[in-house]
Design a protein around this ligand. Sequence first.
Ligand SMILES: [Zn+2]
Length: 111
Amino acid sequence: MKYCQGTRCHTYDTKDRKKGSKDNKRNETRKRSSFYYGNGNFCSLNCQTDWFNTHGDNAINHFGRVEQPIVLTEANAWQKQYNYDWYDNQDTQQRYHEVNTITRATRECEQ
Ligand SMILES: [Zn+2]
């Protein structure tokens, strides 16, 4: 079991966050075996956004802020895509090919 990493998770007033009885009623951070958001770290998009609003700037500065554009050039622009010619030409064409998103050139690739 693990806790949602949302910094305000405990402030969302839902039944499943309520713990304790009479004298020590409280809301707690959600605890689950798995979560769907943020690589399994958050119980909701709200909690993911709360975490980013609290820690995002520090995290970006720690791991490296993008200070100039990240560039896609002809050399690293090959992407595997569905080959639309394949449907009508299955004996001569391959189902997938690589397209260079800069030059629009195509080439064969592993299927
Ligand atoms: Zn949460």
